[in-house]
Write a protein that binds this ligand. Structure first.
Ligand SMILES: [Fe+2]
Ligand SMILES: [Fe+2]
Length: 138
């Protein structure tokens, strides 16, 4: 199980807080799956992820735009892919219920996101912000 650590910070408190909360949520979900998850927990996770996908992505995209981040377009595509996956998983859960296959798919999707998006693509935003702030102002 991945956990948040300070090397993942991009240096914007609002964003770092949101990332931490996703790690926490993923850990809670993982624990719930292991313990034999109940529908309520899965519902809470989907509600959280839907909110996250609008509020967090909006905030992060705003920061990238303001910072003139050069890889904005491909980053926005990754966010869109997250939304698309979420929009596919939710109706599956609503029709199938808490099947093991579905819960494993949700868990795998989240773990990949933490590893491949937050720890890579999001971390690159932090690198960009830090390189900007160390340059002398024009
Ligand atoms: Fe992102
Ligand atoms: Fe993010």
């Amino acid at each position: 199980m991945l956990s948040w650590d300070p090397s993942l910070a991009i240096g914007v408190p609002e964003i770092d807080e949101q990332h931490r909360s996703l790690f926490d949520q993923a850990a809670r979900f993982d624990a719930a799956v292991r313990a034999g998850v109940q529908g309520k927990e899965v519902r809470e996770l989907f509600d959280f992820l839907s909110r996250y996908a609008s509020e967090h992505f909006e905030a992060e995209e705003r920061i990238m735009r303001e910072a003139g981040y050069p890889r904005l377009a491909s980053h926005v595509l990754e966010h869109a892919e997250f939304r698309r996956r979420l929009a596919t998983l939710l109706p599956h859960w609503e029709s199938e219920g808490d099947s093991t296959a579905l819960l494993m798919a949700v868990s795998g999707f989240l773990m990949r996101w933490l590893r491949e998006h937050i720890a890579a693509s999001d971390r690159a935003i932090g690198d960009h912000l830090r390189s900007r702030s160390s340059q002398p102002r024009q």
